[in-house]
Ligand binder design. Structure first.
Ligand code: EPS
Length: 388
């Protein structure tokens, strides 16, 4: 069984993660994990905190000589902001205390969390709800990416919308994404997005948007139609909806499919050089809850973050009087970072269903089983070889 767990408060000493169930003998490139952590910290629209943090992974368990042992992997990413004296005074695990935060931000976990945990100080809710925790998800996801890459599976992301500025590409080049300060491969639109973020900042406002995630190299038959919880679209959507700021997930043509007749909604089969191919990929690579061998295409909508410098109306819960929402240091737009985080969630979500199909206590065993499965698929029908 593959599973993972994260712990950590935004201004506590560190974020902690455990990954359990990755096969043995995977050589990990630690520089690649750190590079992914750095990518998450970037993007136009980030606030002052990202100038303080230098996210780097530290391994505590599960690795020897840079190679996985098959035992649980334990990692830490430090919060440098915790070294700031007033932050440490607030958040030291043993002595931390301070004036309570009392005015919930509409859209944040503040209010619902206060009621749930019977908290009179909203800081006790917001510290864990903060998107700071996504640094650990990205760290664990970057480890999983190296397992997936060994199987020929890669993930890619791009920003398609920020606020009202939308791009209309379907394919994209990773190099163009990396060249853009907002991770949008259309450079003219990218400039308009950057300007929109600047305008929102000047107005004390925040912006959300849309990111696309593509998974290449997926073998067919991952996930299952047997039971609801085994459907790969549900597993991916659940992981993505379980991410801070995400409000909607579409697979393939998603909601647009609802308005089309069946004749314009599906992906016709055809033969090319005697092999089965598809004329389109409206389904986004998943049919019947299983990967079908096409690239998996996901579109994720994220909300504008709820901490506005021009605070929304709220209530001081201690005073029982109207008051503006709490204003804390924050970002204007995290859509570029959301693409990196969504890739991490997809990576984490894929490993379990992949290991369920191919198994493997060592990476050699997983690769043997994958190769045998591919050979069996190709030979399944005498006349028409299957793609994967
Ligand atoms: C966040 C508020 C800001 C963000 C933070 C998420 O932190 P601070 O209050 O320390 O300035 O920078 O995001 C991160 C620290 C991060 O690593 O992404 C919030 O309230 O959700």
């Amino acid at each position: 069984m593959f599973r993972y767990l994260t712990a950590g408060e935004s201004h506590g000493p560190a974020l902690v993660g455990i990954l359990d169930g990755l096969p043995a003998h995977l050589h990990l490139d630690v520089g690649a994990i750190d590079a992914t952590l750095t990518a998450r910290q970037g993007g136009h629209g980030r606030g002052g905190r990202m100038k303080i943090e230098r996210d780097r992974v530290e391994f505590l368990a599960g690795l020897r000589g840079g190679v996985t042992l098959g035992s649980p992997i334990a990692v830490v990413v430090r919060n440098h902001d915790h070294a700031t004296p007033h932050v440490r005074a607030l958040m030291d695990p043993l002595s931390g205390s301070g004036e309570p935060l009392t005015n919930p931000r509409p859209g944040h976990a503040d209010y619902a969390g206060a009621l749930k945990y019977r908290e009179r100080d909203l800081r006790n809710v917001l510290e864990r709800a903060s998107a700071r925790e996504t640094a650990m998800r990205v760290c664990l996801g970057a480890i999983c990416a190296q397992f997936l890459a060994a199987l020929g599976i890669t993930t890619h992301s791009a920003v398609a919308r920020i606020g009202e500025v939308a791009a209309t590409f379907e394919q994209w080049d990773d190099a163009a994404v990396e060249a853009s300060p907002v991770r949008c491969p259309d450079l003219a639109i990218s400039a308009a997005m950057t300007a929109a973020i600047d305008a929102a900042k000047a107005a004390g406002d925040t912006l959300g948007g849309t990111v696309l995630v593509r998974i290449d190299g997926m073998p067919a038959g991952i996930g299952s139609n047997r039971q609801p919880a085994q459907r790969l679209d549900g597993i991916l959507a659940g992981a993505l909806m379980g991410t801070q700021t995400v409000k909607a997930v579409e697979v393939g043509d998603g909601t647009a499919i609802a308005g089309r007749p069946g004749s314009a909604a599906h992906d016709a089969f055809a033969l090319r050089d005697g092999a089965v191919v598809r004329a389109s990929n409206r389904a986004g690579g998943i049919e019947g809850g299983m990967s079908n061998g096409q690239p998996i295409l996901l579109r994720i909508a994220v909300k504008p973050i709820p901490t506005l410098m021009r605070a929304l109306p709220s209530v001081d819960l201690h005073a029982g009087a109207p008051a503006p929402a709490t204003v804390v240091r924050s970002d204007v737009c995290v859509v570029p970072a959301a693409g990196i985080v969504c890739e991490a969630m997809v990576r984490l979500a894929l490993v379990g269903p992949i290991l369920e199909k191919f198994g493997g206590d060592s990476i050699e065993e997983t690769l043997d089983n994958l190769a045998r499965s591919r050979a069996a698929s190709a030979a399944l029908f005498e006349r028409t070889p299957v793609q994967r």
